[in-house]
Design a protein around this ligand. Structure first.
Ligand SMILES: Cc1ncc(C[n+]2csc(CCOP(=O)(O)OP(=O)(O)O)c2C)c(N)n1
Length: 568
C-alpha cells in the first residue's frame, strides 16, 4: 500500500477501504473537515452519502447492514453531530445491528475544556455500544478500525463508536499498513458448543408431542435459515417467528405458523402456551414476545440457544441453555432429530388460525367499512410485489400491520426497529437498504407521525435518486398511541390527533412521483403504478382514522388474554 506520509484522516479512509467499505453515510462539520477533505481528494475510493441529519446517517447505516449483512458505517462531527447519532446507536445495540460509527472529537489537548462542539460521546455511548474507543493519535487509527469491524460484526453483532480527536485526523504518519483483527483476548466470538446439551435438546424434541420452535433474528445473523428449515422439516416441528426473525422462513412454508407476541398471530401464541417442548433460538424473550412473564409457557420444557451468554437465563431460565452459533447448533441437531407425525398438534394450530382469520384477518383484508385499512394496502403491495420486496417500516400501527401482512420468500426481507421502537427509523433505513441492494425492490411503510421525524431525508432520496417506494399510511393520528388511548384511556386522545401538511406537495418539492389514494377502488392501480414507475415513488393512502391493530395482548397480560376487538 501507500508508503509516503499520509494524514490520520487518510489512514482512516484507507482502513475503511481495507475492510471492504465503499459507502459511508454522514454529515460534515468543523472537527471532521480533515476526513471530508480526504474523501474529496480520494473520491474514487469511497462514496459518501450526505444525509440531511446525522440520525438519518445512522439509520441508513443500519438499513444498509440489515439488508446486506455487511457492517454499515456512518460518520459525524463532534458535539451535536455525534449526539445526533445516539438514538440510532441505541437502536442498533438492542437490535444487534453491526454498524461502525466514526465521530470526530475536539483536539486531545482541548478535551475536558468545554471546547466548541465538545461532547463526551464515549461516556454517552458506553451503555449502548458493544465497544467504543477514543483515538488520540494518528498511528492508532488502523488498529482501532480493525477492532471496530471485528467486534461489530462477530458474535452477537452490534454498534461500535470510534471517536477520533482532530489532532489525530491531521497528524501525518509514515506509510500505511493494515492488519485485519480476528481475535481478541477476553472476547470469544465463537463459543464451542456443548455437545451434551445439544444431545439432550434433541432427546427432548424427539420425545415431544407438541413441540414448537420460536426463532428470532439470530437465524438471519448467523445465516442459519437453511439449518432451521431442515430441522423443522426433518422433525416435523412447527416454527414461529419474532418480529425481527420474520422472513428467515418463507411465509408459505407448511411448518411456519406465524409471528409470536403482542400483535402476533393467534396460533403461535396459543401454541406457546400449550407446547410441551419449546426450542427458542436466536431470540431474547422480549416482553413484547412473552407478555406476563410469570404466565409464559409455564407448561413447556424450554431449550434456549443463543450466541450471547448474557441472554441465557436473563429473562427465563431454560431447562437446557446452549451457548453458541445458531447455524452450527441447528446443523448438529438436525442429524439426530427424528420425524414424528403430529396431526393433532398441527390441526390445533389450524383451528387457532381459523379463529384469527374470522375475527381479524377477514375484517382487515376484506373490510366492509368505507375507509381503506392499513392491512389492505400492505396485502395489496405484498401481492403485487410477489413476496420479493424488502419491506422497511417505521414504528406504530403500520409497522405491526406490515409485519403481519407482508409476504416473504427470502431472508432479510423485513427491516424494522424492534427493540427500541424508534419512530423516524423507516425512511433513512429504507434509503440505506436500497443503496446496499440497488437491484431489489425496497418498500417503506410509514405513518404520518414517524415520517415527519426524519422527513428531511427526502432530500437524500432526491440527491441520490434513491429508488425507494414510500407508502405513507396516513390516519392523521399518532395511531399506535391513539390505539392505547382508545382501548385503555377511554378515548381521551391527548396529543395524538395531528394536523398534517399536504404530503403530495412535499413529495412534489422533492421531485418524487406521487399519488394520494382515498378510495378502495383506486388502490390496486396506484400500487401497480408505484411498483412499475422507475425510481422513487410516494404513495399516500388515507386510511381509517380510528382503526386498531388486532389481535392484541395488552401490555403485562398473559399470552392467553387476547383482544380481538375493542370490546374484548
Ligand atoms: C422517537 C419516538 N417517539 C415516540 C414514540 C412513541 N410512539 C410509538 S408509536 C407512535 C405513533 C406513531 O404514529 P404514526 O407514525 O402516525 O404511525 P401509526 O401508528 O399511525 O401507524 C408513537 C408516538 C416512539 N416509538 N418513538
Amino acid at each position: 500500500m501507500e508508503q509516503k506520509k499520509i494524514s490520520g484522516a487518510e489512514a482512516l479512509l484507507f482502513s475503511l477501504n481495507a475492510e471492504g467499505v465503499d459507502t459511508l453515510f454522514g454529515y460534515p462539520g468543523g472537527t471532521i473537515i480533515p476526513l471530508y477533505d480526504a474523501l474529496y481528494v480520494h473520491a474514487d475510493k469511497m462514496r459518501h452519502i450526505l444525509t440531511r441529519h446525522e440520525q438519518g446517517a445512522v439509520h441508513a447505516a443500519q438499513g444498509f447492514a440489515r439488508a446486506s449483512g455487511r457492517t454499515g458505517v456512518c460518520i459525524a462531527t463532534s458535539g451535536p453531530g455525534a449526539t445526533n447519532l445516539l438514538t440510532g446507536i441505541a437502536d442498533a445495540m438492542i437490535d444487534s445491528t453491526p454498524i461502525v460509527c466514526i465521530t470526530a472529537q475536539v483536539p486531545v489537548n482541548a478535551l475536558g475544556t468545554d471546547f466548541f462542539q465538545e461532547a463526551d460521546i464515549i461516556s454517552m455511548t458506553s451503555p449502548v455500544t458493544k465497544w467504543n474507543y477514543q483515538v488520540t493519535t494518528a498511528g492508532e487509527i488502523p488498529a482501532a478500525i480493525a477492532r471496530a469491524f471485528y467486534i461489530a460484526s462477530t458474535g452477537r453483532p452490534g454498534p461500535v463508536v470510534i471517536d477520533v480527536t482532530k489532532n489525530a485526523l491531521v497528524e501525518m504518519v509514515e506509510g500505511f499498513s493494515y492488519e485485519k483483527c480476528n481475535e481478541l483476548r477476553c472476547y470469544n466470538d465463537h463459543p464451542v458448543i456443548d455437545v451434551a446439551g445439544l444431545e439432550r435438546a434433541v432427546e427432548l424434541l424427539n420425545g415431544a408431542q407438541r413441540p414448537l420452535i420460536i426463532f428470532g433474528q439470530g437465524i438471519k445473523l448467523s445465516s442459519a435459515e437453511k439449518q432451521l428449515r431442515e430441522l423443522s422439516e426433518r422433525g416435523n416441528i412447527p416454527m414461529a417467528s419474532t418480529v425481527l426473525g420474520l422472513s428467515a422462513v418463507p411465509t408459505d412454508h407448511p411448518n411456519y405458523v406465524g409471528m409470536v407476541g403482542m400483535h402476533g398471530n393467534v396460533a403461535p401464541n396459543w401454541m406457546t402456551q400449550n407446547a410441551d417442548v419449546i426450542l427458542a433460538v436466536g431470540m431474547r424473550f422480549s416482553d413484547r414476545v412473552t407478555g406476563k412473564i410469570g404466565e409464559y409457557a409455564r407448561q413447556a420444557r424450554l431449550i434456549h440457544i443463543d450466541i450471547d451468554a448474557s441472554e441465557l437465563g436473563r429473562i427465563i431460565t431454560p431447562e437446557i441453555a446452549i451457548l453458541g452459533d445458531a447455524a452450527e447448533a441447528l446443523a448438529a441437531m438436525k442429524r439426530t432429530i427424528e420425524h414424528r407425525e403430529r396431526p393433532e398438534w398441527f390441526a390445533a394450530a389450524a383451528e387457532q388460525y381459523a379463529i384469527e382469520k374470522r375475527e381479524v384477518i377477514d375484517k382487515d383484508l376484506r373490510p366492509t367499512k368505507e375507509r381503506v385499512t392499513m392491512g389492505e394496502v400492505i396485502d395489496g403491495v405484498a401481492r403485487a410485489a410477489g413476496g420479493d420486496a424488502i419491506v422497511v417500516t417505521d414504528v406504530g400501527q403500520h409497522q405491526m400491520e406490515a409485519a403481519r401482512y407482508s409476504k416473504y420468500t427470502g431472508t432479510r426481507q423485513l427491516i424494522t426497529s424492534g427493540g427500541l421502537g424508534t419512530m423516524g427509523y423507516g425512511l433513512p433505513a429504507a434509503i440505506g437498504a436500497k443503496i446496499a441492494l440497488p437491484n431489489r425492490q425496497v418498500v417503506l411503510f410509514c405513518g404520518d407521525g414517524g415520517l415527519q421525524m426524519t422527513i428531511q431525508e427526502l432530500g437524500t432520496v432526491l440527491e441520490w435518486r434513491v429508488g425507494v417506494k414510500i407508502v405513507l399510511l396516513n390516519n392523521s393520528f399518532l395511531g399506535m398511541v391513539r390505539q392505547w388511548q382508545q382501548l385503555f384511556f377511554e378515548r381521551r386522545y391527548s396529543s395524538t390527533p395531528m394536523t398534517n401538511p399536504d404530503f403530495q406537495k412535499i413529495a412534489d418539492a422533492y421531485e418524487i412521483p406521487h399519488r394520494r389514494v382515498e378510495r378502495r377502488e383506486d388502490l390496486a392501480a396506484a400500487i401497480d403504478e408505484m411498483l412499475s414507475t422507475p425510481g422513487a415513488y410516494f404513495l399516500e393512502v388515507k386510511v381509517d382514522e380510528e382503526d386498531c391493530v388486532f389481535p392484541m395482548i395488552p401490555g403485562g397480560a398473559a399470552l392467553s388474554e387476547i383482544m380481538f376487538n375493542e370490546s374484548l
